[in-house]
Structures are given as structure tokens and as C-alpha cells.
Write a protein that binds this ligand. Structure first.
Ligand code: GLU
Length: 303
């Protein structure tokens, strides 16, 4: 059945300032939504309390506004969605798709035989038949089905997890909801039809597809876009010295100069406005390689 509309989201984590890499993904999101006459939700992913920086959410919202990357709903804060997550967990519990797990991180790392990829050690399923340490407070894990779902990605094509990714945590023993779980429950609840995000999250998607299936909600389509890397090949967001968008603004860059830089990184011709970019952008033809950005904050020095 055709979907009635197009809906996507910005999903920034307020753990630090907005960088060019985030802005580039947000621009692609905006271009896709506006080309489709669809809607954008602003969702602030602030569940990981110890990593949330005071003031970062406000600054990120301001940076989006300054860049002209507007939204139609929100901001919605994940930290305020506890009831939504609890209801979804209850549904999964009734369907026996989850189980309590009392293994410690260390125990899992010791038992896991698979190499540690970017999604961490593969949980060997120790507590599937019952908690290994009943005296401990339990986390809740999702029982992954077999075979592991295959991802069809609009940028990367078919993606199969290199090995079964293992049962994953939905709620930690300290009560904290996991990213994998919250993002699916929110995207389902908000009726998101397309997820656009950095391709470092592609390896999380088989887990998320399994959750959609368990919750009996149609999965959105996915577009995992290449990251922006600094001259040293490291992700901008992870590099200490990478200039945030606010630093470009403070250095006198007008928003148009940031668009120009981002448009160039997407292989688009010179455009004077964001609206002009809509006609030129396509996911099919955007560059597949990570974009290497030589750090430059002087006005007019956009490569
Ligand atoms: N909050 C994540 C990030 O900032 C994005 C998660 C997602 O889009 O699923 O990288």
C-alpha cells in the first residue's frame, strides 16, 4: 500500500555541538522532505543523561534555525517519552520477545567470541533460559530472530550483518532505555517513513528492523549517508579540534557559505538558496565516499 505521505526527522544527540557532518545529514534530510512535500520532526535524543551537555540541545536547535533547516513538528525530547517506551516494552514482554539479563559487561566481553565491531561484543545469549545471577538487578534484552533481517538501504543497497548481531539491550539495569529501542519506538510512533542518518548506524539497522517486525509496525525506508571526515580521516564529531557550526558563524560565515560548502560536498552546483538545491539533489547520485573536510574557519575559506 502506498504511504500517505513522506515524513522524516532530525535526531540530534545533545552530547556536543553541531558539526558540519551533522549539518550535512540534516541538509539531506531537509532536501528529501521538501522535495517530497513531506514533514520533518525535530527529535532531541537526550536519553544518555551522563553524556548530555547542558545547553547543547538549545544550541543545536539554534544552529538548525540559523542554517534555515526548519522542521514541522517538535522539538520532542526522548527524555520525556518514558511512558511510550514502557508501553512498547510491555507489549514485547507479553509476546515473549524479551528476557531479563543479569550479565555484567565484563562477563559478556569475556564470553563473547566474535571480534568486537562497532556495535560492541555479540551477546552470547547466556540469560536466554533464565538470569545467570538472579540476585542482581536485571537489564532487559530483545531476543533476536533468525535469520537476521537484511537491510535494504537507499544509499548503500543490500546490507547483511557480517554475523548474527546477538540479543540487544532494551532497558539497562539502571533503568536507562537503549538507543536501539527508543529510536524504533519513536520512529514508529511518529509515523516516520524515511530515516536519514550517518552510515555509522547502518550496522544497528538489522536490530532495529527486528524490533519493527516484533512491534508489527511497518519499517521506514533507510538512507545511510556517508560521514564527513577531518583531514586525519577521523569523524568530525569525534575530533577534538573540528569547528562546530557555531564557530563558523562566529568567524563571520553567513549561512549561504555553509550551504555552499555542503552543496559542493554533495556534488551540487552553486545554488543561491536552499530551495534551489531541491531540484539538483538526489540520493541516487550523491557521492558514496566519505567527504573529507579540510578544517577552515576563515570567512571565504570554504575550501
Ligand atoms: N542521535 C543519533 C546521532 O546523533 C542519530 C540516531 C538516528 O538517526 O537513528 O547520531
Amino acid at each position: 500500500m502506498a504511504r500517505p505521505y513522506y515524513k522524516t526527522r532530525y535526531a540530534p544527540s545533545p552530547t556536543g555541538p553541531l558539526h558540519l557532518g551533522h549539518a550535512r545529514t540534516a541538509l539531506i534530510t531537509w532536501l528529501r522532505a521538501r522535495a517530497a512535500g513531506g514533514r520533518i520532526v525535530m527529535r532531541v535524543e537526550d536519553l544518555d543523561a551522563p553524556r548530555v551537555r547542558p545547553g547543547a540541545a538549545d544550541a543545536i536547535l539554534r544552529d538548525h534555525e540559523w542554517l534555515g533547516l526548519d522542521w514541522d513538528e517538535g522539538p520532542i525530547f526522548q527524555s520525556a517519552q518514558n511512558e511510550r517506551y514502557a508501553a512498547a516494552l510491555e507489549a514485547l514482554t507479553h509476546m515473549h520477545r524479551v528476557y531479563p539479563c543479569t550479565c555484567s559487561r565484563r562477563e559478556i566481553a569475556l564470553v563473547a567470541t566474535a571480534p568486537h565491531g562497532d556495535t560492541g561484543p555479540v551477546y552470547p545469549g547466556t540469560c536466554r533460559q533464565g538470569p545467570s545471577h538472579p540476585e542482581r538487578t536485571a537489564a532487559i534484552r530483545f531476543r533476536m530472530p533468525e535469520p537476521t533481517p537484511t537491510v535494504y538501504d537507499r544509499v548503500r543497497g543490500m546490507y547483511d550483518a557480517p554475523r548474527p548481531p546477538g540479543d540487544f539491550v532494551i532497558r539497562r539495569a539502571d533503568g536507562q532505555w537503549s538507543y536501539q529501542f527508543a529510536v524504533v519506538v519513536d520512529d514508529a510512533e511518529m509515523g516516520i517513513t524515511e530515516v536519514i542518518r550517518g552510515d555509522d548506524l547502518l550496522s544497528s539497522t538489522p536490530w532495529q528492523l527486528a524490533l519493527y517486525e516484533a512491534l508489527a509496525v511497518p519499517a521506514p525506508s533507510f538512507a545511510h549517508v556517508p560521514l564527513v571526515l577531518g583531514p586525519d580521516g577521523k569523524r568530525l564529531a569525534k575530533r577534538a579540534g573540528a569547528p562546530p557550526i557555531s564557530a563558523l558563524r562566529d568567524a563571520g560565515w553567513p549561512p549561504a557559505q555553509v550551504w555552499e560548502l555542503l552543496a559542493g560536498s554533495l556534488g551540487l552546483p552553486h545554488c543561491r538558496t536552499l530551495d534551489e538545491m531541491i531540484d539538483h539533489f538526489s540520493l541516487e547520485t550523491m557521492p558514496r565516499a566519505p567527504y573529507l573536510h579540510a578544517t577552515a574557519t576563515e570567512p571565504g575559506a570554504s575550501d
